[in-house]
Ligand binder design. Structure first.
Ligand SMILES: [Zn+2]
Ligand SMILES: [Zn+2]
Length: 155
């Protein structure tokens, strides 16, 4: 029996979470992992209970949709809300995080960032990651990972 790797397992989780995104400009998912356990997940969407981009359109200012909380922030805030430590944890994201999220990831004590796609990778973010000794690694989601799904279901 084929078993998916840890990297593919967590990265596939982030891609699944991204399907819940409510902003059509970019659907992002994030999974925070500690000791090979998923401790939180997040997608980019509006503040709970507020209007969604998919219903009312994006609220764009200076080329950015300001309605949403980014996936990485939502995952970190889930930890804050429920009192789960993020120090020393890892994060799996579908897209390279924006500068604001990169700073929050560092400040939350996350030590490794795995991303499946480049997305405007900010040079200052790379600098900050290096300074803070945060490891960044490109882990694309392998097609093979998803191909295993229908195979298993039909078995
Ligand atoms: Zn939007
Ligand atoms: Zn962000």
């Amino acid at each position: 029996m084929e078993r998916i790797s840890w990297h593919q397992y967590f990265m596939a989780q982030s891609h699944l979470i991204a399907l819940r995104s409510t902003c059509e400009r970019l659907m992002v998912g994030a999974t925070i992992v500690r000791d090979k356990r998923i401790i939180a997940g997040g997608y980019n969407g509006s503040v709970s209970g507020s209007a969604h981009c998919i219903d009312e359109g994006c609220y764009v200012i200076d080329g950015h949709c300001i309605r949403t909380i980014h996936a990485e922030m939502n995952a970190l805030l889930q930890c804050a809300k429920f009192g789960v430590p993020t120090d020393g944890a890892e994060i799996y994201v579908t897209h390279f995080p924006c500068l604001q999220c990169c700073k929050s990831i560092i400040q939350a004590g996350i030590k490794t960032v795995y991303y499946a796609a480049n997305y405007k990778n900010h040079p200052y973010a790379l600098e900050l990651f290096e300074e803070a000794n945060v490891r960044i690694e490109y882990i694309p989601l392998e097609k093979q990972t998803l191909n295993l799904l229908p195979k298993r279901i039909n078995d």
